[in-house]
Write a protein that binds this ligand. Structure first.
Ligand SMILES: Cc1cc2nc3c(=O)[nH]c(=O)nc-3n(C[C@H](O)[C@H](O)[C@H](O)COP(=O)(O)O)c2cc1C
Length: 391
């Protein structure tokens, strides 16, 4: 009997339709959303409006929040044709750790507002997805058991760095725990005005414990200490300085990554004071507003650092093409927060894993379509600003 091409195609479709993978995907709502924006819509529908605003909002005018996304439409990819792209390799290396792909999970406090025991759910997802996870804390036992994130950096915003003694015990504990790095967030010396949260009278502690239940009329219990405007900023202790960074770096063999750099001068200073890497970040537009998009800051930071330490970036990355553009402008890796938080809110751990899978697959596909088969092939010539003349 002759087996025609049409028979072969039919057989393939029949196999695909009957395969357990296809059936599982068809029945499983996890596979309904096809991109990060779909996950955002699901998360919004699922969450209490207070939690949604805390997740998605920015500070003051939300100008930087808008800018973080807007910039991607101003950057155009210059695809290369007739390059062999049958195999696409996203792998990279950061501080001696091999990563399968250059997408990191940013720190995010208050995950319990989005999903019970949210930090552990994200750590489990990061472990399964082999993603580098910047941990906020509170999951020591999970990490020690080796079940959660395998490559993880511990976040600090300076609280543990107040004295030599607290700093020393912080780094000793991390080294003993098998931590892979320290992420020092430097843009949150005061908490900004996130006006959605202020209007909602959000109690910040609720984001740690989970939101309380609304009453029969749909009202939240009154907050004891709601987020307010018009409170003059002050902190009980001096806030960290560049010398704090130097001290921290000299005390540990772990790489220290400074998160929240937005100007070239600070990029150069970070190198000078011992940082192993920087993350160009405006805290997801949740801290100082009107600082522009992080993608606008990236070129000057890359230029100032001049290859001495890796430069990473976050802020508004939702698409494979967004990530590709940042890699083209010199980022070593891209970190995301809200995308995986949308996944967490919508489906818990599996949602986080699926969002990572979608971003990773989009990046690989976009690289394949742009004629770059691996990260080494990506350089500045892969993008241009709309309207920028190249001749
Ligand atoms: C809900 C939420 C909580 C966050 N908490 C922290 C935090 O505790 N420490 C920190 O350094 N950054 C925090 N960030 C900022 C992120 O780490 C990251 O810089 C930013 O959100 C990236 O932008 P994206 O959300 O558009 O991906 C938080 C962001 C969100 C959305």
């Amino acid at each position: 009997m002759r087996f025609s091409r049409r028979d072969a195609v039919r057989a393939l479709f029949a196999w695909a339709a009957g395969s357990p993978f296809t059936l599982a995907q068809d029945d499983d709502p996890l596979y309904g959303p096809v991109n990060v924006f779909d996950f955002a819509r699901l998360a919004k529908a699922k969450l209490d409006p207070l939690a949604w605003d805390y997740l998605d909002g920015g500070s003051e005018d939300e100008a930087a929040l808008h800018d973080n996304r807007e910039i991607f439409n101003k950057l155009i990819i210059r695809p290369r044709m007739l390059v062999d792209v049958h195999k696409i390799d996203l792998s990279t290396e950061l501080f001696g750790k091999k990563l399968d792909y250059p997408i990191l999970l940013d720190p995010a406090g208050g995950k319990n507002c989005f999903f019970p025991n949210g930090e552990a759910a994200v750590a489990m997802a990061a472990g399964n997805a082999k993603a580098l996870h910047i941990v906020n804390g509170g999951i020591d036992e999970l990490l020690e058991s080796g079940k959660g994130s395998k490559v993880w950096w511990q976040l600090t915003t300076g609280g543990q760095l107040q004295s030599q003694q607290t700093m020393r015990s912080f780094v000793k504990r991390l080294e003993a725990q098998g931590c892979s790095g320290i992420c020092f967030t430097v843009d949150i010396m005061h908490v900004s005005h996130r006006e959605r949260d202020i209007r909602n009278k959000l109690e910040r502690a609720w984001c740690e414990t989970g939101l309380p239940k609304r009453d029969a009329q749909g009202r939240m219990p009154p907050a004891k200490n709601p987020w307010r405007a018009g409170v003059y900023p002050s902190r009980p202790f001096p806030t960290p300085t560049w010398n704090t960074l130097r001290e921290l770096c000299s005390m540990t063999r772990l790489p220290v990554v400074v998160k929240g750099i937005l100007i070239g001068e600070d990029g150069a200073r970070a190198v000078e004071y011992g940082a192993a890497g920087v993350i160009v970040s405006n805290h997801g537009a949740r801290q100082l507003d009107h600082v522009g998009a992080t993608m606008e800051a990236l070129p000057e930071v890359v230029k100032a650092i001049n290859g001495r330490i890796p430069v990473m970036i976050d802020g508004g990355f939702r698409r494979g093409t967004d990530i590709l553009k940042a890699l083209a402008l010199g980022a070593k890796a891209v970190a995301v927060a809200r995308p995986y938080l949308y996944g967490l809110a919508a489906f818990g751990q599996r949602g986080v894993e699926r969002v990572i899978e979608l971003l990773r697959a989009e990046l690989a596909l976009d690289m394949g379509l742009a004629g770059v088969a691996n990260l080494a092939a990506i350089d500045k010539s892969l993008v241009r600003f709309r309207g920028e003349s190249l001749w």
